[in-house]
Design a protein around this ligand. Structure first.
Ligand code: ZN
Length: 113
């Protein structure tokens, strides 16, 4: 059966798993555990990443270790927007990017912390 990626990679549920982790259930049955600070650092909005060069503008040190999502809302049918406890709320996370980062393990908790 053919299925559009945008459907398979749509989150069906996003829950706070614990203080540091969001649990995402995907439409294709996959599940991901995302470290919330890694997710904050992965923000790709114009304030965090320079638009024309892709250079990171966000200094990881400026993000509190205990940063947490305060609110998560859907944006259209393709993304979520997260309001963070550090006051940042302009970041939009497209489902496809979120899934791809999750599949690459880039949003997993770092071992040393
Ligand atoms: Zn941002």
């Amino acid at each position: 059966m053919w299925m559009a990626n945008s459907d398979a990679h749509r989150p069906t549920q996003i829950q706070q798993h614990d203080d540091r982790t969001l649990a995402v259930d995907w439409a294709d049955g996959a599940k991901s555990l995302l470290d919330v600070r890694a997710l904050r650092l992965a923000c790709s909005c114009a304030a965090c990443v320079e638009e024309w060069s892709g250079a990171p503008l966000l200094a990881p040190d400026s993000v509190p270790e205990d940063v947490m999502p305060r609110a998560i809302q859907s944006v259209g049918r393709y993304a979520i927007q997260i309001e963070w406890s550090d006051g940042h709320s302009t970041g939009i996370y497209a489902f496809e990017r979120l899934r791809s980062l999750a599949d690459q393990g880039l949003l997993s908790r770092s071992e040393q912390s």
